[in-house]
Design a protein. Sequence first.
Length: 89
Amino acid sequence: MDAGKFPTLVTHQESLESKVNETKAMIKFQLKKVLCMGVAVGNCSMEEKQVFQNVQLSINFLVSLLKKNWQNVRCLHLKSTMGRPQRIY
């Protein structure tokens, strides 16, 4: 398990492989008193459509957690590991 994720109960009826894949697919947001944050939303083996859906869901979920929703968002950047950041909002 990655750091910061809660232990997950696996019953005998559940597939261990599917539970591991489900845990790997989780995204953890840490909202602290910082003005920026980074979140992993995909990897190289994913299709473009999957990455797009993850980005869209992540942004919408994060904005829903903010008190003033989109009024608290100044800008959003999308960046690959070695690439340059691209401003998307």
